[in-house]
Design a protein around this ligand. Structure first.
Ligand code: 5RP
Length: 227
């Protein structure tokens, strides 16, 4: 499941602009998705030209791309902290995000929240006045029906995410299932985020509230940075 199909050029602009913020000698969180991939490739080119960084990958996909791009990888456990994280989003409203279109939001939230500075990279199709994209909720295998019932109790309509080939459910890198939960327009993301976090069986949800420091928005005209 993916959000608005923005242009590749707008995504590239956002990803490359954010990659310029990576400083020598730092630990960088490497996000997941097509927009973050542009940033990873640009960081890889900077590494080829002598930039000294270590990456912490938010998914198997971003780890693979980092390796192909020549970025040395480390882990959260092996570093004192993450200086900067660059990651995409499915929807952005008033600085809050919905993430998890790539089913990577559990590790994304861990690493993005651990970073001293979290840069979001999106094309302008991702901007909204209010968040209304279905919220991805990662659940323990076997917990999907009880969690779905609790999500309905919060006013949501959950759907178990199916693999594209429809040969079974999506299973995340960490072995969890994903319920995409439609809440319609989310009036108070902070309150909903807290409610979701308290449901037994929920591993992590894709509402990222008050986490982003800067949002790099690529468009046909260039890049705007929202603070
Ligand atoms: C993965 C994510 C991605 O960052 C999000 O889906 C945006 O992806 P893209 O840049 O390809 O539109 O949250 O879990």
């Amino acid at each position: 499941m993916k959000a608005g199909d923005g242009s590749a050029e707008a995504k590239r602009r956002a990803g490359h602009a954010a990659a310029d913020a990576v400083e020598d000698g730092t630990v960088v969180g490497l996000g997941t998705g097509s927009t973050a991939a542009y940033a990873i490739e640009a960081i890889g080119r900077a590494v080829e030209n002598g930039l000294d960084v270590h990456g912490v990958a938010t998914s198997a996909e971003s780890a693979q791309l980092a390796r192909e791009s020549g970025i040395p990888l480390t882990t959260l456990a092996a570093v004192d902290g993450v200086d900067l994280a660059i990651d995409g989003a499915d929807q952005v409203a008033d600085g809050d995000l919905i993430k998890g279109g790539g089913a990577a939001h559990t590790r994304e939230k861990l690493i993005d929240a651990a970073a001293d500075r979290f840069l979001v990279v999106v094309d302008d199709s991702k901007l909204a006045d209010r968040l209304d994209w279905p919220v991805p909720v990662a659940v323990l295998q076997g917990a999907e029906s009880v969690v779905a019932e609790r999500l309905r109790g919060l006013g949501g309509e959950p759907t178990l995410r199916e693999a594209e080939r429809k040969d079974g459910p999506v299973v995340t890198d960490d072995g969890h299932l994903v319920l995409d939960c439609d809440f319609g327009e989310i009036g108070d993301p902070g309150t909903l985020a807290t409610a979701l976090s308290t449901i037994p069986g929920v591993v992590e949800h894709g509402l990222f509230v008050d986490l982003a420091d800067e949002i790099y928005v690529g468009s046909a005209d260039g890049v705007d940075v929202l603070q």
